[in-house]
Write a protein that binds this ligand. Structure first.
Ligand code: COA
Length: 704
């Protein structure tokens, strides 16, 4: 028997059959013509408001309102059905009651409409999955891209298309915002306008019957109007499909539903399933997606990610206040942002920008009396000097300065020099400072009210740079060898679902997991024969009937020689027979005792993402601190190393009580264990002992 394959997740390949979607998303964002099915003369109806937004937004293509009993809506000629529209239709917006949506979709398919956006609610989110599937089937058959159902619409500012029932005055920008929540999406539309944050697109994805995050990310990858993709996510419907997403531009995700209670709310909200948060974390890391914790952070990152990438690390802080400068330095240290430290050079360059009592040390304090001209001069140096790779510009409101003038000076200098390196701004103060922040945002210079946000926005540029330059991973594709598969089959035939210790060790060994020297003996003499180079060793009873070996005297450690082994072997047999007289004893495991740092390696199956591999520090670290991390199978050596480096206690692996981990053999274990993913339900290697000599699966449990 050969092992069934795990579907590949190679991010650098084209999608396989489960991920492929050849539908034309250009018809959604750059349509030449739009029809609104359910366009009403009644301003209280959603169909009316969507049409009003399309007209008011200045969409330049053809607009066809569909209404069965009116001749005109908002001054436009209507058609009773989409079939009667005289021209071709690229995008149809459907805003009619649930019961009529399917037939409207069928009419769209008959008319060769390229894409549909279904506003209507009342499908999978209220348990009507079959009804939703019917929509998807119609869309698939006609090769029509379907957004929704249960959405508030689509906005794409380069096409002046606002096919939504949200606010109208969206500012153009380079961020494509994909929202799974309708209400929150609408609310954030208003917020971005207030904050003067520009958007290239806002897509409500609702129940994601057809088009999901993967297709949208890949569409925006090739869209020159989009520089950053921001996703508000409640859950992924198809984890393995999502893992095939090609991430080419920065993608920022705000995934909610991390808490157990939050996850439940997310399920009932859109009919999507929220998997374990750690697995989502793994998926994002593996794909190179940036995960934000809050909306503020997500939008802060999205704004800074359209700035040029820093060429190097050295950063200069310009400030008019000492305290805020020190706060920012602390934040930079926490975020691992390098502050340029060359007092002589800084004095030489920045002295001219400040009064005598200013400080040229970094933070460069141009003092509380610094005016727009001082900022302009200082920012000019930050931008023109190659030694400086990024700037953090700080401002505290004073009565003798004008925040807006300072904002304008920063912006003029940035444009004059040609936006050549990243700068972020934090301005602290009252209403006037707010206006200055809005001014900078409007001119695509990320400005914040807090230094924490500014530093975080700069840090993410470094993170994205690291991601975009990271080494490509080659996922493991090998299957378990026949001998291992046969052994598992044999266990299954015996109606057992847990492999015995020696079987588990054998299977792991056959797959390439390093194990300590071990043997399996039925008599004391047999044990002594096998134990030659194994001392010191441990012995453990082997019986399918005994689950807790220690409780019946079935584990003895630190046996040092043949004589001790003979004695302890017989002692164990007596002890176990006395404590579990009915147990069928098959023999005794002999395992060489190995020293090292205790780690834990596991494999199990996630409902959304399929097989996943876990790594962490073992013993108390896993029990108390739960310091473990995951990756989605399959992955290769590069990703395995990233998994190891992901845990909080990674420093322990670099040297602890004279012990150092052997990373190559841990990587080997993490790769080898994946071969068993299609065959088993769970694996626990606990502990995997690692020291500079190697790593060894000392104990293992395999559940079928
Ligand atoms: N073809 C063409 N027009 C149709 C039609 C069809 N098959 N079926 C109905 N219409 C017309 C109606 O006659 C009406 O026009 P009128 O006002 O001129 O009579 C218009 O379409 C709307 O239909 P109506 O029955 O009035 O529905 P409604 O506007 O009250 O509700 C939805 C429709 C889609 C808004 C509603 O079903 C819904 O799903 N609301 C929730 C939307 C939502 O919240 N989405 C998620 C956001 S995050």
């Amino acid at each position: 028997m050969s092992c069934p394959p795990v579907s590949p997740l190679n991010q650098n390949q084209d999608s396989d059959s489960c991920g492929k979607n050849t539908k034309d998303l250009g018809a959604i964002f750059k349509p030449k013509s739009v029809a609104i099915i359910g366009a009403s003369t009644n301003p209280e109806k959603i169909g009316h408001q969507i049409l009003k937004n399309i007209i008011g937004g200045g969409f330049e293509g053809n607009v066809f309102p569909i209404n069965r009993h009116e001749n005109q809506v908002l001054g436009l000629k209507t058609y009773p059905t989409i079939g009667e529209v005289p021209d071709s239709v690229d995008l149809a917006i459907i805003a009619i009651p649930t019961a009529h949506v399917l037939s409207a979709m069928e009419e769209c398919a008959a008319k060769n409409v390229k894409s549909v956006a279904v506003i209507t609610s009342g499908f999978a989110e209220v348990g009507k999955k079959d009804e939703e599937l019917k929509l998807k089937n119609v869309a698939d058959k006609a090769n029509m891209a379907l957004i929704g159902p249960n959405i508030f619409g689509i906005i794409y500012t380069p096409s002046k298309l606002n096919a939504s029932f949200g606010p109208r005055d969206i500012l153009p920008g380079k961020i494509a915002f994909v929202s799974q929540s309708g209400a929150l999406g609408i609310a954030l539309m208003g917020w971005t306008t207030m904050e003067k944050i520009g958007l290239a697109s806002l897509v409500s994805v609702g129940n994601k019957a057809d088009i999901e995050e993967k297709e949208l990310i890949e569409y925006f990858n090739q869209d020159g109007n989009v520089e950053v993709i921001l996703i508000y996510m409640e859950g992924i419907k198809q984890g393995r499909k999502f893992m095939q997403t090609q991430v080419k531009k920065p993608v920022v995700v705000l995934k909610v539903g991390c808490s157990q209670r939050g996850a439940k709310a997310a399920v009932s909200h859109t009919g999507s399933l929220a998997g374990a948060d750690k697995i989502y974390d793994a998926a994002f890391k593996q794909l190179g997606i940036l995960r934000a914790k809050t909306f503020t952070e997500a939008f802060g990152w999205s704004r800074s990610l359209s700035l040029p990438a820093p060429k190097g690390e050295e950063t200069v802080i310009i400030t008019n206040g000492g305290g805020i400068g020190v706060r920012t330095t602390d934040e930079c240290e926490t975020a691992d942002i390098k502050i340029l430290d060359d007092p002589k050079w800084l004095e030489e360059k920045f002295r001219v920008t400040m009064p005598d009592f200013g400080s040229t040390k970094n933070p460069v304090d141009i003092t509380g009396q610094a005016k727009a001209a001082n900022y302009k001069q200082a920012v000019n140096i930050v931008l023109r000097e190659d030694k400086i790779n990024a700037g953090i510009i700080l401002y505290c409101e004073t009565v003798i300065t004008n925040a807006l003038d300072i904002a304008k000076a920063i912006q003029e200098e940035y444009e004059a020099v040609g936006r050549n390196k990243p700068i972020v701004v934090a301005m602290v103060g009252g209403e006037k400072t707010r206006d200055a922040i809005y001014y900078l945002n409007e001119h695509h210079i990320p400005a914040f009210t807090s230094v924490t946000q500014a530093v975080s926005a700069l840090k993410v540029l470094h993170t994205w740079k690291d991601i975009s330059c990271r080494v490509k991973d080659n996922p493991e594709t090998a299957c378990a060898p026949k001998e291992a598969v046969d052994l598992i089959e044999k266990v299954k035939k015996e109606n057992r679902n847990i492999l015995m210790e020696h079987e588990a060790r054998k299977v792991l060994e056959l797959c390439g997991v390093p194990t300590p020297k071990w043997g399996f003996a039925t008599t004391a003499e047999d044990a002594v024969r096998q134990a030659k180079d194994m001392y010191p060793l441990a012995i453990k009873i082997a019986s399918v009937d005994i689950v807790h070996k220690t409780d019946v005297g079935g584990v003895i450690l630190n046996i040092r020689n043949d004589e001790e082994l003979r004695t302890k072997f017989n002692l164990m047999m007596q002890q176990v027979k006395a404590a579990a007289p009915k147990a069928n004893i098959l023999g005794i495991n002999l395992i060489q005792m190995v020293k090292g740092i205790e780690c834990i390696v596991g494999l199990n199956h996630d409902p959304q993402f399929g097989p996943v591999v876990m790594f962490g520090l073992g013993g108390v670290f896993v029990e108390v601190l739960k310091d473990v991390s995951f990756r989605i199978v399959p992955f290769g050596k590069v990703e395995a190393e990233r998994l190891i480096n992901d845990i909080k206690g990674r420093k322990i692996l670099e040297g602890f009580r004279g012990l150092t981990a052997n990373k190559p053999s841990i990587i080997q274990t993490l790769c080898a264990i994946q071969k068993l993913a299609p065959l088993v339900k769970e694996i626990d290697i606990n502990p995997l002992m690692t020291s500079k000599d190697g790593s060894y699966a000392v104990d293992a449990r395999i559940v079928l």
